[in-house]
Design a protein around this ligand. Structure first.
Ligand code: NAD
Ligand code: MG
Length: 385
């Protein structure tokens, strides 16, 4: 049987390491063809020695000598730098690219992978937030599929299986509400990064964990849903569901609602993207309904969690506005993690950046690159006062 050759961008991260666990469970079906990381060279070396990919790439070029030396006894190609990372996805034997790196950095390699007609397993939601229309156009032109890895979108995707041509009335994205779900505005003023980094239900990388605490993550997921499922903003609803048992739902035009339920374990959506349209056996823990005796739902509060409102606004204004919000948010999250800005201060900076960066209604790729750079500059200057 021919094994699917997978390139994992960001193999040392939370999604990347879980993807490798999925590959380990199905060695007859999948092979890690390329592994890449940003900084964590020792983890990348250990992964390479274990999974024996064709090639590895470390984005941070200063780590290249260490990587090269540590893998010298093996027939693994070793590359470094952003450009190498963007190019390697086009390697002929690659069947699928899992985009599991963080932030705007995912955009260019994803574009290159689509141009090379690779199937995309998309974890890097920022790519669709920044340039959803461009990515969809490219995917259509190159006849490639973009399969969601984000748990909510995987849930929607699973609900849509077998519903070809049936109109969607509403996509309902569930949100855990994060660690500050019950905090008052007053309490939110003084929350620390340590508190924000402690998510109640999911273990994820630092950036998405902060985004989850501020609900920017859910805002991004609304934008992601628009581009993945072709629905209008008013057809995308967010409902807070603290138990994270229902991963998301679809309401059809006859009023029927389908939901996908499961343990909060990213290996399931990763595996589904790998195996789609098939399902494979998984050894992961199962949901025990005698233990989830309470499933509750609340409306999200966009007054306390202004980022969610800002993301909706960006979606309505469209053009390069979501790209502006993404760049400002990346700057804010980094600043918050370095104690340079308060939790609530993040929304102020994002809002001011949205006001100050030039709006472009039909951006090209070059416009996105320029917008990202300008928005970062503006957000930095707002933070520095
Ligand atoms: P993480 O911080 O744990 O890992 C990020 C990985 O990307 C690491 O391997 C890192 O080396 C690499 N990386 C980071 N910046 C890079 C850059 N500039 N160039 C090249 N490589 C870079 O992050 P994560 O939690 O695994 O999230 C990855 C992506 O998946 C994000 O876009 C996130 O929103 C999305 N996602 C994550 C989860 C989750 O459960 N962790 C769920 C849904 C979606
Ligand atoms: Mg999600």
């Amino acid at each position: 049987m021919i094994k699917k050759q997978i390139a994992i961008l960001g193999s040392t991260g939370s999604i990347g390491t879980q993807a490798l666990q999925v590959i380990e469970e199905h060695p007859d079906k999948y092979e890690a063809y390329i592994l890449t990381a940003n900084n964590r060279v020792e983890e990348l070396i250990a992964q390479a020695r274990k999974f024996m990919p064709e090639a590895v790439v470390i984005a941070n070029e200063s780590k290249y000598p260490r990587l090269k030396e540590a893998l010298a006894d093996l027939p693994i190609k070793v590359y470094a730098g952003e450009e190498a990372l963007c190019q390697i996805v086009a390697e002929k034997p690659v069947d699928m690219v899992l985009t599991a790196m963080v932030g705007y950095a995912g955009l260019k390699p994803t574009i290159n992978a689509i141009r090379a007609r690779k199937t995309i397993a998309l974890a890097n939601k920022e790519t669709l937030v920044v340039a959803g229309e461009l990515i969809n156009d490219l995917a259509r032109m190159n006849r490639t599929s973009i399969l969601p890895v984000d748990s909510e979108h995987s849930a929607v995707f699973q609900c849509l299986a077998g519903e070809n041509g049936n109109a969607i009335e509403k996509v309902i994205l569930t949100a855990s509400g994060g660690p500050f779900r019950t905090f008052t505005h007053e309490q939110l003023k003084t929350v620390t990064k340590e508190q924000a980094l402690h998510h109640p239900n999911w273990e994820m990388g630092a950036k998405i964990t902060i985004d989850s605490a501020s609900m920017m993550n859910k805002g991004f997921e609304v934008i992601e849903a628009k581009w993945l499922f072709g629905v209008r903003p008013d057809q995308i609803e967010v409902v807070v569901h603290p138990q994270s048992v229902i991963h998301s739902m679809v309401q059809f035009e006859d009023g029927a609602v389908k939901a996908q339920l499961g343990m909060p374990d990213m290996r399931l959506p990763i595996q589904y993207a790998f195996s789609y349209p098939d399902r494979l056996h998984a050894s992961f823990p199962r949901l025990d309904f005698t233990k989830c005796t309470e499933l509750t739902f609340e409306q999200p509060d966009t007054t306390r969690f202004r980022n969610l409102a800002l993301a909706y606004e960006a979606l309505h204004r469209s053009g390069n506005m979501p790209c502006i919000v993404n760049a400002a948010n990346e700057v804010c999250v980094a600043a918050f993690l370095h104690d340079r800005i308060s939790f609530l201060g993040m929304s102020d900076v994002i809002e001011k950046t949205m006001e100050r960066v030039s709006f472009i209604s039909k951006p090209t790729y070059e416009d996105y690159v320029a917008t990202d750079a300008e928005a970062r500059r503006v957000a930095e200057s707002v933070i520095n006062g």
